[in-house]
Ligand binder design. Structure first.
Ligand SMILES: Cc1cc2nc3c(=O)[nH]c(=O)nc-3n(C[C@H](O)[C@H](O)[C@H](O)COP(=O)(O)OP(=O)(O)OC[C@H]3O[C@@H](n4cnc5c(N)ncnc54)[C@H](O)[C@@H]3O)c2cc1C
Length: 416
């Protein structure tokens, strides 16, 4: 792999940037691999990288129906945090955030990681109690949450001029999560792909998988693709909102629904807010990008859906909510809107497990799954390579639905 450094940048500048190596190869598709990963999103690519790096498994193909990093990994609002509620979740996300912090060095690719701090603006007492409860659990696992007063909220976010004592819902305080940050999403996909390729993993774009293939004994045998049959004894489904469409081809039913989540950005403006602002009481959050745009997200569309755009009423609800606290934003022009389809389990926690089809693994239910990419990839690779779940992901098994061992995180994401 060509090293990216100040020296290589200067050397390539002298030759007009014409001699950079391709970031990954386009190898011919083989008939069989040790492991097939379906989906070149964050989770698929990170799993491929850690399989090769940590476990020396390099006979791996990542099969992507579109282009690498064209799914939700490139459609999210890039927030990385570990303020979850349950004992099973927090250590997983603490690990993921810490891996993100070292990822630029690990992958030799600039992640543009920026530790921003998230401020939850709180408007009602039940919510404050809920977040205080989270704080106590988070304390145990080394994640930080700190309650602040209304004046402190306003000091940290001077643009927050609404929510005063006369307003419909006055602000009653805030919670500060210092571990939260943002990264460039494309860099996550490209960085993992480039590093995995350098270790021998193959990326195959425009290679949609149309069905999962089972052997006579019921085990997984490989996949059918638009380019023909490819065999493998281990297949990982990492296709985000499309999980059930694929697993149904192997006769499996999983407890997942696909829903639409959307975001939009404003025109670029001068620096106005240097933290991630989250107000779940009103249903919106935003941060300011390095380019100056406000990156704004809200609640999901209410029903199941494969939409990739935004419904007018979801957009209006989010804007209306934001203007209650930030009335000066009404002058802003909006530049773009988009959406993605994500799958979600009944308890809003991920599913990372080998299924009842031997050799078939799923990493799914990633509602707020961008922040989970490094830990998700590392622990999934561990499971596949060692045939036993990594302790950090053990609880995210499929069995929890049989045993009613839910890891209820509903409400700690924007999911209902
Ligand atoms: C608007 C929005 C905002 C979000 N904000 C945040 C946030 O701030 N923080 C956070 O943590 N998370 C956020 N998320 C969630 C996060 O983006 C997803 O949870 C995460 O990206 C999903 O995992 P992934 O990257 O592997 O998925 P994807 O990038 O979607 O990867 C799946 C890949 O599988 C491919 N695929 C599908 N079917 C097939 C097939 N049959 N054959 C081959 N390939 C196939 C797709 O083309 C896609 O490239 C947000 C999501 C959205 C939509």
């Amino acid at each position: 792999m060509q090293n990216y450094s100040l020296f290589s940048l200067a050397r390539n500048a002298l030759t007009g940037h014409k001699n950079w190596q391709k970031a990954w190869r386009s190898a011919p598709l083989k008939e069989a691999y040790e492991v097939i990963i379906i989906g070149a999103g964050g989770h698929g690519l990170a799993t491929a990288y850690y399989l090769a790096k940590e476990f020396g498994i390099t006979n791996v193909a990542v099969l992507e129906r579109g282009w690498l990093g064209g799914g939700n990994v490139a459609r999210n609002t890039v927030t990385v945090r570990s303020n979850y509620l349950r004992d099973q979740s927090i250590p997983f996300y603490v690990k993921s955030v810490s891996l993100y912090e070292g990822l630029t060095k690990d992958l030799n690719f600039n992640m543009m990681h920026s530790k921003r701090t998230m401020v939850d603006v709180v408007l009602n007492y039940p919510k404050m109690r809920d977040l205080r409860r989270r704080q106590l659990t988070m304390d145990i696992y080394g994640s930080t949450y700190e309650q602040i007063t209304v004046d402190e909220v306003r000091n940290i976010i001077p643009a927050l001029t609404g929510g005063g004592p006369q307003s419909r819902l006055p602000i009653i305080g805030g919670m500060v999560h210092k571990d939260a940050g943002v990264n460039r999403h494309d860099a996550v996909a490209w960085g993992y792909a480039r590093a995995a390729d350098a270790l021998g993993v193959e990326m195959h774009q425009q290679t949609a998988v149309t069905a999962l293939l089972r052997a006579e004994n019921g085990d997984i045998q490989g996949v059918e693709t638009v380019k023909g049959t490819v065999k493998a004894k281990k297949v990982i489904v990492a296709v985000s909102g499309h999980t059930t469409s694929l697993t149904e081809t192997a006769g499996l039913r999983l407890p997942l629904r696909t829903m639409n989540l959307t975001a939009f950005v404003s025109e670029p403006i001068k620096p106005i807010v240097d933290v991630i602002v989250n107000c779940s009481d009103l249903g919106f959050y935003f941060s300011q990008s390095d380019k100056g745009e406000l990156v704004i997200g809200g609640a999901p569309d209410s029903g199941q859906s494969f939409r990739r755009d935004i419904k007018q009423h979801v957009f209006e609800d989010t804007v209306g909510a934001m203007l209650e606290l930030f009335p000066s934003f009404k002058k802003l022009k909006l530049l773009r809107q988009w959406g993605g389809h994500l799958d979600i389990a009944p308890d809003a926690s991920p599913i990372m497990d080998e299924t009842s089809v031997s050799g078939l693994y799923v990493t799914a239910g990633w509602w707020g799954g961008y922040k989970a990419i490094p830990a998700g990839g590392l622990t999934m690779a561990h499971h596949v390579a060692t045939n036993s779940p990594h302790p950090l992901m053990q609880a995210f098994s499929l069995n929890r639905f049989k045993n009613l061992d839910y890891i209820l995180e509903t409400g700690t994401t924007t999911a209902r």
